[in-house]
Write a protein that binds this ligand. Structure first.
Ligand SMILES: *Cc1c(COP(=O)(O)O)cnc(C)c1O
Length: 248
């Protein structure tokens, strides 16, 4: 009995410590976003924070939800699907931000509300089929290659369509039943200044908006470059390690 009580107390303590850690990191990230937004003459509330929870457990997703973060991002279906299942009912919006295979599109459509990484025409009918299967509307962003084909992390290539392919992919998404065109997404090129790359993304997004006025999302910026992204007009930043810690 004693041991059991003590075990429970320790668990409670660990949860409390983790919650405080995440809350402190989150406050700092929100402050950075607000500072960058104000400096750029933007309203901080125009920037949506997506917490990237890859490699971290569902319990952290629950902590984030308790702290008011309802937009969460994942980059691998195998990891995201069970995590979304384990946290169902919290009112979360799941953003799929990783390289996507057509054979995973249907699974992703089961839990995701946003897919940021559409960079090939072949994915579009696969996502539309998934949206129909779950009777939902899926918001899709075209991922743009801002000038590198390098790899990030271990297993996730950066991906993205070349800028000249954006219009045809955007048109195909907008025309697909069950899909809504959200806008554009990009990862800053490795080994280059992120600012100019994000400005190129912004210019592409403005051009896209003339053909698709409701495609207003610009998903750019991660822990290391969110200030540059917000300065260049990002509407959504995808932040993992600055909130949850360095991934191992
Ligand atoms: C992991 C990841 C992020 C978050 O990266 P951090 O550096 O941990 O903030 C953002 N976007 C994509 C596409 C990712 O894979």
């Amino acid at each position: 009995m004693r041991d059991e009580d003590q075990g429970r107390a320790e668990e409670q303590q660990a949860w409390q410590t983790r919650r405080e850690q995440i809350a402190a990191n989150l406050a700092a990230v929100r402050e950075d976003i607000a500072t960058a937004a104000r400096k750029a003459g933007r309203d901080p509330s125009d920037v949506t924070l997506i917490a990237v929870t890859k490699t971290y457990p569902a319990s952290d997703v629950r902590v984030l939800a308790g702290l008011g973060v309802l937009d969460v991002g994942e980059n691998r279906d195998q990891e995201a699907a069970p995590k979304a299942h384990a946290t169902a009912g919290l009112g979360l919006r799941w953003h799929f931000i990783g390289q996507l295979q057509s054979n995973k599109a249907s699974s992703v459509a089961g839990y995701a509300d946003f897919v940021h990484s559409v960079d090939r025409a072949r994915l579009i009918p696969a996502l539309a089929k998934g949206a129909a299967r779950y009777d939902k509307e899926l918001t899709c962003l075209v991922q743009v290659d801002l000038g590198n084909a390098e790899r990030m992390d271990d297993d996730s290539a950066r991906g993205g369509a070349f800028p000249d392919r954006v219009p045809e992919l955007a048109d195909a998404i907008a025309a697909a039943p069950g899909l809504r065109l959200g806008g554009l997404m990009a990862v800053a090129p490795l080994g280059a200044e992120p600012g100019p790359a994000f400005e190129r993304l912004y210019a592409l997004a403005m051009r896209l908006r003339t053909a698709h006025p409701s495609a207003t999302m610009i998903s750019a910026g991660m822990s290391g470059d969110l200030g540059e992204a917000v300065a260049a007009g990002a509407t959504h930043v995808r932040v993992g390690s600055a909130i949850l810690g360095i991934r191992r």
